[in-house]
Design a protein around this ligand. Structure first.
Ligand code: COA
Length: 160
């Protein structure tokens, strides 16, 4: 049986911290679906299709075992549609833990057969978040060592 995992997130935009989780995650699954969530609770900079396009662009030459997609509604329903059995999540700091723990338990309640697999984001990326990137970039700071090269171009197009 193929081990398919979904790595969900808002990815607004993709950072090197996310890339780190994706690269390591794909080593332990047969297929890793990077799924952009369309939850409307956040005020996004990039549209869903732009966020999907950015991730596809970043992985265009390095896409073995990686699929990029988006989903609406419950993550568990999306997993069922894709025949996936695991959720991959990165944990950066202790403060991520409580939220992740709650989400993993909620998903487990919805489907007991689904496992959430956590990876510690490598230390050098543990301070990163999409909001930090957007803030630094908006005020003229250098984000080139925080996001993939392609993401810098998308930020320039969007914000300059
Ligand atoms: N490196 C860098 N940054 C990271 C990171 C990493 N490895 N992992 C997370 N982040 C950052 C993100 O950039 C994001 O930053 P921001 O808040 O500044 O935008 C933040 O951490 C959290 O983002 P993310 O991992 O994308 O989570 P989220 O809270 O936006 O989305 C979903 C979580 C989409 C997985 C969740 O809401 C979901 O499953 N929704 C579907 C509805 C559902 O099924 N709900 C029931 C389950 S409880």
């Amino acid at each position: 049986m193929k081990r398919i995992a979904v790595y969900p997130g808002s990815f607004d935009p993709l950072t090197l911290g996310h890339v780190n989780i994706i690269m390591r995650g794909r080593e332990i699954f047969d297929k890793l679906i990077v799924a952009v969530s369309s939850t409307i609770a956040k005020d996004y900079l990039f549209t869903i299709s732009e966020r999907v396009e950015i991730i596809k662009d970043v992985f265009k030459k390095n896409n073995a075992k990686i699929e990029v997609d988006f989903f609406e509604g419950l993550l568990i329903d999306y997993l069922h549609r894709k025949g996936a059995s695991s959720i991959l999540r990165g944990i950066r700091t202790v403060s991520d833990f409580e939220y992740e723990y709650q989400m993993a338990l909620a998903n487990k309640k919805l489907d007991e057969s689904v496992e959430t697999v956590f990876m510690m984001t490598e230390g050098e990326y543990s301070y990163l978040s999409s909001t930090v990137i957007k803030e630094i970039f908006k005020f003229g700071g250098d984000v080139s060592n925080m996001v993939p090269k392609a993401v810098v171009s998308y930020l320039v197009k969007k914000l300059k």
